[in-house]
Structures are given as C-alpha cells and as structure tokens.
Design a protein around this ligand. Structure first.
Ligand SMILES: [Zn+2]
Ligand SMILES: [Zn+2]
Ligand SMILES: [Zn+2]
Length: 98
C-alpha cells in the first residue's frame, strides 16, 4: 500500500442525517452573545460559531462531545472539517446531512 501523503478522515461513519437544531449558535443565543460564521455538527446537528467568533462554540462542542465532524452553515459554503484529522471534507462525503 502506498503511504498517503495527506491524511484522510476516518470518522465518516459518525455522520448522521442531521438538521440544524437551532437558527444560530445555541450557546450564543442563550447568553446573548454574537458570532461571525455558523458551523453545524454532522453527528448531532448542534449549531456553533466558528473560530473567528469570540466564543468558538463549534470547537468547544468538539472538545465537549468528541463529535469530530462539522460543516459550514454559511450560504454558498458546502465544505466540512474534521477536528481530529484536520482535513477538509468534500460535500459528497457528508451528503446525508443537510
Ligand atoms: Zn476524521
Ligand atoms: Zn457561539
Ligand atoms: Zn455534535
């Protein structure tokens, strides 16, 4: 077997056909804070804010739950990200989640 030069996500089996569970970052809505971009957990549908936001709830969700995969919820953005492998996901890799 050839050794891959880039890492490949090994967590695609944790993707569930989830829908966003809120209209904005759940924790920011609860605390009256704000965000820049929204990310959705591909395992449970949790909506959190990105690392450019002051509270970084998407990353905190990963640390709290070990759910490794998220996708962008921004209009026109269809990429995903694995926090563990630190690789980008193509849209067809999480097509079951919308
Ligand atoms: Zn992964
Ligand atoms: Zn937030
Ligand atoms: Zn989750």
């Amino acid at each position: 077997m050839d050794a891959p030069t880039t890492s490949v996500c090994t967590h695609l089996d944790q993707i569930r056909p989830v829908s966003p569970t809120s209209n904005g970052c759940e924790e920011c809505l609860a605390t009256g804070s704000w965000w820049i971009h929204l990310r959705m957990c591909l395992t449970c549908g949790h909506v959190g804010c990105c690392d450019q936001s002051p509270n970084k709830h998407a990353t905190k969700h990963f640390h709290a739950t070990s759910h490794p995969l998220m996708r962008s919820l921004e209009p026109g953005e269809d990429w995903g990200w694995c926090f563990v492998d630190e690789v980008w996901l193509e849209p067809d890799e999480f097509a079951g989640a919308t």
